[in-house]
Design a protein around this ligand. Structure first.
Ligand code: SER
Length: 319
């Protein structure tokens, strides 16, 4: 990776991936592209480009102008939002991927596109979910992710495009809030713990899901894209995991630091049904074996860091 384009740079992952990659590859070698000019403003210490990822002509022009060799396609409408307008989710999620793949094919670029725990469904083995198993998701988000995984593998075998991907668990972070995801509660709980000392959870007790702290998510992008291709038996997409917990467990962890913190429940039926269809915990042994995946944060270490960072934001009046 020498010249990188991040599409969807203003989102939860993109907004942290841009500075992270600029730190490694050089500020001028990472172009941040997004539809939202205000979000680009925050990333304007390096090159930025306004882009609707569905506009293939403009997308290709940016790739050519900046001589891009690697595209990170971080555009996505998340799972719960997707259920509100399934065809819009299909259009955005698949349209951005289709453009990324075709432009990569025409310009010799590698492509990273995140897949998700949402690629799995109710018929998937829920515990220690294998790398290669039944998918059959029941959300439009998951349908896009499975189709995306297959299309990306197809572009690799058919056209030789260097496509690589991970199945992200719920990502917990403290720079940009996620929006419309089923796993968002695990971010919101930290913000509300600091601000209100209490949290109302929209998933029920006993809902186990894989989660991942942002620094490990960022590492996974670089590690996989820099991995020796001869070692990769899989490409699209690798299970990666770091921790699995339910709302009771994360609340108990927060209570260790804020003893008066309390949590109650107001379950969102749509999100609960989605969460129930997803794995409780994934087997990530292929990622560990094929490219050295080895996350650094568990629930304990992440909670200490999240509470510190979110407290600083609160003290500065940033939320
Ligand atoms: N965080 C995503 C969601 O909840 C899953 O990939 O939709």
């Amino acid at each position: 990776m020498k010249k990188i384009l991040i599409v969807g740079a203003g989102g939860q992952i993109g907004s942290e991936l841009v500075p992270y990659l600029r730190g490694i590859y050089g500020v001028n070698n990472v172009v941040a592209a997004d539809l939202d000019e205000a979000k680009l403003q925050a990333l304007s210490d390096g090159p930025v480009a306004k882009l609707n990822a569905l506009d293939g002509e403009r997308f290709a022009e940016i790739v050519k102008t900046h001589k891009i060799d690697t595209i990170f396609n971080m555009v996505a409408l998340l799972s719960a939002t997707g259920e509100k307008d399934p065809m819009l989710a299909w259009k955005i999620n698949m349209g951005a991927l289709e453009n990324s793949l075709n432009i990569a094919k025409d310009n010799g670029c590698a492509v990273f596109t995140p897949s998700s725990i949402g690629a799995f469904g109710p018929n998937t083995p829920h515990d220690n979910t294998p790398q290669d198993t039944i998918m059959q998701p029941t959300t439009i988000y998951g349908v896009c992710k499975v189709a995306g995984e297959m299309l990306s593998d197809y572009y690799h075998t058919r056209f030789g495009v260097d496509t690589r991907s991970v199945r992200f668990p719920g990502i917990i972070s403290n720079v940009t809030l996620p929006g419309g995801g089923t796993t968002d509660y695990a971010v919101e709980i930290y913000y509300d713990a600091i601000k209100y000392n209490k949290y109302t959870c929209n998933l029920g007790a006993g809902t186990f899901l894989d989660m991942l702290y942002m620094p490990d998510a960022l590492d996974s992008c670089v590690q996989l894209m820099e991995a020796d291709p001869t070692k990769l038996k899989h490409r699209n997409s690798f299970n990666i995991a770091a921790m699995s917990f339910d709302p009771e467990i994360i609340a108990a962890e927060i209570k260790k630091h804020i003893p008066t913190f309390t949590m109650d429940y107001n379950v969102d039926a749509v999100k609960q049904a989605i969460a129930n269809s997803w794995p409780n915990s994934m087997d990530d042994s292929c990622a560990r074996a094929e490219w050295g995946w080895n996350p650094k944060y568990d629930l304990n270490k992440m909670t200490i860091d999240m509470l510190d960072k979110v407290r600083v934001k609160f003290d500065k009046g940033m939320y």
